[in-house]
Design a protein around this ligand. Structure first.
Ligand code: ADP
Ligand code: 5GP
Length: 203
């Protein structure tokens, strides 16, 4: 058993057993990617699975690092071959988690963090009932819109599709083990760390 020191100075006992799956879900723009990057940098024992998508890369995104950017045809072939652990259509594009890398990591006792949208998170929850599922909420809907726009990476059409979908996603928050509001980033990270490392009842 190890002891984890959080940035706020609190100390929690680390009970995350190896080979576990943690899913972060929530509306686009809420800060899932930001939270995930911080968690990965602070907890090297956590692993991340690079998703495949048919969405074109945003400026600065790198194939094989941010996503595997693939054609719809290739994505369909991968679905048919059963290569995805989960996949979903989101705002007009397909997104999926490759089965093999995740299963291999878990089999070798490593924990995996997934950052995915609602439908995929539901599929994963059905496949792995023991996972820790965390829904990230925005402090307000206006703040969510501000964050999506502030990111300056989506077209107006993509922004309106994401905001429309966000309303439906937020209504589903209570399906998940935990709901964490990403208002102050450090507080949200701390809350996730507490859930991951001292959530006895969840692991
Ligand atoms: P998602 O992965 O959920 O789509 P991102 O991680 O890309 O969201 O975050 C969307 C935008 O919101 C980014 O510009 C990010 O810097 C910003 N952001 C994330 N968390 C916070 C926060 N707690 N407070 C203010 N801005 C935030
Ligand atoms: P974006 O286009 O903003 O990168 O991602 C759009 C949405 O797709 C986000 O909510 C993100 O979490 C989700 N997403 C990213 N990868 C996957 C994946 O592999 N599967 C599913 N179901 N959703 C994903």
């Amino acid at each position: 058993m190890q002891v984890l020191s959080t940035k706020s100075g609190a100390t929690t006992t680390k009970l995350l057993s190896p080979g576990k799956l943690i899913v972060l879900t929530g509306p686009s723009g809420v800060g899932k990617g930001t939270l995930m990057r911080l968690l990965l940098s602070r907890h090297p024992e956590l692993n991340y699975s690079i998703s495949a998508t048919t969405r074109p890369p945003r400026p600065g995104e790198v194939d094989g690092k941010d996503y595997y950017f693939i054609s719809r045809d290739k994505f369909q072939r991968l679905i048919e071959k059963g290569e995805f652990l989960e996949w979903a259509e989101f705002a007009g594009n397909l997104y999926g988690t490759s089965r093999k890398p995740v299963i291999d990591l878990m089999k070798s006792g490593k924990s995996v963090l997934l950052e995915i949208e609602l439908e995929g998170a539901r599929q994963i929850r059905a496949t792995f009932p023991e996972l820790l599922s965390i829904f990230i909420l925005p402090p307000t809907f206006n703040e969510l819109e501000k964050r999506i726009r502030g990111r300056k990476k989506d077209s107006e059409d993509a922004i309106s599709r994401r905001l429309k979908r966000a309303k439906e996603e937020i209504d589903s928050a209570s399906e998940f083990d935990l709901q964490i509001v990403n208002d102050d980033l450090e507080t949200a990270i701390h809350d996730i760390e507490v859930a991951m490392f001292s959530g006895k009842e969840l692991f």
